[in-house]
Every structure is written in C-alpha cells, then in structure tokens.
Design a protein around this ligand. Structure first.
Ligand code: HEM
Length: 407
C-alpha cells in the first residue's frame, strides 16, 4: 500500500477518487513536509500531448509559502518553464505574447494595462444589467421543466455569454462560441476528440478582428486589435481569445455547480443563505471558492538557488502552488475543513491566485456567480442534485462536469 508520503500528486485518479483535491494528503504534507518533493511520474502522460513527461517538482501546501512565492515574480517565474497547471504545460514551446500568464514581467504589465479597464468596477457596473438579464433568461429557459443538467443547461452558459459581451462578439455568434468554449473546457478529453474547437475559435477570432479593424468599438477585442502600442499579430489575438475563453469558463461554471452541490450537502448553510440572500451571498461565494479551489494549482520556476519556508530550492526547480491546500491551512482558516458561509475571513482565500498574475476576471466571475445564483436560489429554491455528480478526471481542475438536478 502506498503511504501518504509516497503518494504522487500527478496521479489522474487521485482527484476523482476524493471528489476533489486530496485534502488528507495535503494535511499530512503540510504538517510533516510542507515543501514536499514530488517525483516525476513517467506513467502519467495526460491526454494532452504537451502534458507528457512532467518533471519532479516541489509541492507547497502552506498558505504563507504559496503567497510568498506568488508575490515574487522575479525569483519565481511564470514565464520560465511556464505558469500553467501541470497538465497543460508546454515543453519547450515558444511563448507568444498572447499567453498573458506566461509573459515576462515588463511585457505582462504593459499588456495588463491595456486589457484591465473592462474588468474594473466601473466597467463591470455598466455591463451588470446585461449580465442580470442573461442570468434571468438562462434560468427562465429551464425553470418550468422541473429538471435539467445543471452544468451545461445553466452554469456554463453565463460565462460564455459574458465573455462574448466583454469581447464584443455579436449575439448571433454566441451559441457557436459556447460550443467551442464547452469543448475547450474539457481539458482532459479535448485532444481525444479533435483540435477543432481551437481551430474554430481561431477562425472566428480572425473574422472578428477584421471586422473590429473596419468598425472599431469600445469592447475588449476591438481595443486589443486596434492598440498601436501592443501591435498584436493575428496569432497573438488568437491566443488572447483562447486564454479568455478558457480561463473564465470552466472555472466559473464549476464554482456555480459546486455552490449548488455544497448547499445540498449542507442544508443548515443553505437555510442561512435563504434567510437573507443579499446579506450572505458575497461571503457564501468566497467560502465556496475557498472550500473547492476549482483551479487547484499553478506552477512557477525558481530563477536562482534560494529557499522556500526554510527549505532549500535550486535554480530551475519547478514549484507547484497548491491553492487547494493553502485554502485549507489551519494557520489561516480556523477549522479549515468546515464549510461555513459566515466564516469571517473567507475572502482571504487564494482561489484566484495572488500577486502579479492574480486572476484578471475575479471580480467578473463573482459578479456572474452572484447574478446566476440569485436567479437559481430565488426561482428554484428546492433545487437538488439527483445522485452523485460526475467529476472531471484531472490533476488541475476540481470540476463537476455533470450534475442532473430537480427542482
Ligand atoms: C471562479 C472563477 C475563476 C477562478 C477560480 C480563476 C482562477 C484563476 C487563477 C488561480 C489564476 C492564476 C493566478 C496566478 O497564477 O497567480 C487565474 C488567472 C487568470 N484568470 Fe482566472 N479564474 C476565474 C475566472 C476568470 C474569468 C471570468 C476570467 C476572464 C474572463 C479569467 C481570466 C484570467 C486570466 C486572463 C488570468 C491570467 C492573469 C495573468 O497571468 O496576469 N478568470 N485565474
């Protein structure tokens, strides 16, 4: 029998078996070996070509270590060796400036300056009524049926439509983008089917970019296409579309599904939420983000010999930032495995990361979740999963991919 110390985090069966991140394992490592050396797992190749042959790496399970490394981009790089979750890391591939999360610091801040305005509170307030309307429409489309499959019929539609709204993608193309987005979000099985969603999305990006050159507007795609300081080439525009279509989709839809699942598992917490939705929803969303950590990790590479939390680390070593473990660190969250929507410090979670690469869409994600959950909780208050939901087989996302519900 494999002991906890010998368990390899790159075991694709680990998360589904645990219905999420392996918290008993993380607790053990945090207590006995908080900067843990995880050996390569040659048996794991992943279903994406770039994920095969992963190296050994350090796994950080303490909140403070994950935070310190995330804040220090010069010493712990996301461009050298990649910042992605391990299963989608590209080995030796050229990084394009379109891959926001893998840019060098100076380039990263220049690009962020251009793309951030639509994600700031004022711009988000302007699209809030449209997001509320979309959330209401989505729930209207199922509310009289008494049953549906929550992930695809409800949760996945808002992130895609919101992404279209933000980018300036016209309404008649949204279902097409939703189809590509859903296919792209299935990280593990994508290449088993085909590369078509990516090619399709790139084709669409080019068509739209051409249109935005001819008829500029104030939406993100137009801003990027027409910005003379960035001078993005077509491939970079494609990459941007891809990053945003993926980054904002799987994560937000999974958090909505986890929310409903957890409320069903914890009727006392659901009763608190329903007693005063407006008073509790913000904190409840943060607690669900903390508790589930849907993006369970990203990685960094040490740029020099150094130390993390007193453990020596060598130049070139890979580092796995476990947001899932950090979010259950008892040094920060009292009784961390308790799900408590009134938890005073729930919003300190690291589910969106922290530091220079902190999630661009964090505010937007919360806004969407709030709009959608308000519709669900008020119009389908007795919603409940039928049987056990299906979890994504993944070493990166803690994702529910199928959850039939009745209401
Ligand atoms: C519940 C929903 C979401 C979760 C849990 C989530 C989580 C994360 C995490 C953990 C990171 C990496 C942080 C780091 O490495 O330090 C990240 C980065 C990013 N996210 Fe999100 N995300 C969510 C929604 C969104 C949305 C809605 C968008 C946009 C529409 C978005 C766009 C991005 C982008 C562009 C980055 C790269 C930022 C950079 O490198 O500067 N995310 N997200």
């Amino acid at each position: 029998m494999t002991s906890l110390m010998d368990t390899n985090i790159i075991d694709p069966g680990l998360f589904p078996a645990e219905h999420g991140p392996p918290h008993a394992l993380f607790d053990h490592w945090r207590e006995h070996d908080p900067v843990h050396w995880n050996p390569a797992n040659p048996a794991y190749t992943g279903s994406m070509p770039e994920s095969s042959g992963v190296k050994s790496f350090w796994v950080l399970t303490r909140y403070k270590d994950v935070q310190d490394v995330s804040m220090n981009q010069e010493l712990f790089s996301s461009h050298e060796g990649g910042h992605r979750g391990l299963e989608s890391r590209r080995r030796g591939s050229r990084k394009t400036a379109g891959e926001l999360h893998m840019m060098r610091p100076a380039e990263h801040s220049a690009v962020k300056k251009v793309i951030m305005p639509p994600f700031m509170p004022k711009a988000l307030a302007a699209i809030a009524p449209e997001i509320d309307r979309l959330a209401a429409d989505i729930v209207s489309s199922v509310v009289d049926k008494g049953e549906c499959e929550f992930v695809f019929d409800v949760a996945s539609r808002l992130p895609i439509y919101t992404f279209c709204e933000l980018m300036g993608i016209p309404e008649h193309l949204r279902d097409q983008v939703a189809e590509y987005g859903n296919a792209l979000a299935d990280v593990e099985s994508r290449t088993e089917h085909s590369l078509n969603p990516m090619i399709g999305l790139f084709g669409l990006a080019q068509e739209l970019a051409e249109e935005k050159r001819r008829n500029p507007d104030d939406r993100l795609l137009s801003v990027m296409v027409n910005d003379t300081t960035l001078n993005l080439d077509p491939m970079q525009i494609n990459q941007f579309m891809l990053v945003f279509a993926m980054a904002g989709h799987e994560t937000t839809r999974s958090t909505a599904a986890h929310f409903i699942y957890l409320m069903h598992q914890h009727p006392d917490q659901y009763a608190i939420l329903r007693s005063d939705f407006e008073a509790h929803i913000e904190n409840a969303i943060d607690e669900v983000l903390r508790y589930t950590s849907t993006t369970t990790n990203f990685t960094r590479t040490a740029m020099a010999d150094t130390e993390i939390g007193g453990y020596p680390v060598k130049k070139g070593d890979n580092i796995y930032l476990s947001y899932a473990a950090a979010n259950r660190d008892p040094a920060v969250f009292e009784d961390p495995h308790r799900f408590d929507i009134t938890r005073a410090n729930a919003k300190r979670h690291l589910a969106f990361g922290i530091g220079p690469h902190v999630c661009t869409g964090a505010r937007l994600a919360k806004m969407q979740l709030r709009a959608l959950l308000k519709q669900v909780v008020t119009r389908m208050p007795d919603i409940r999963p039928v049987g056990e939901p299906e979890w994504l087989r993944s070493i990166w996302f803690n994702a529910i991919i199928r959850m039939p519900v009745t209401f």
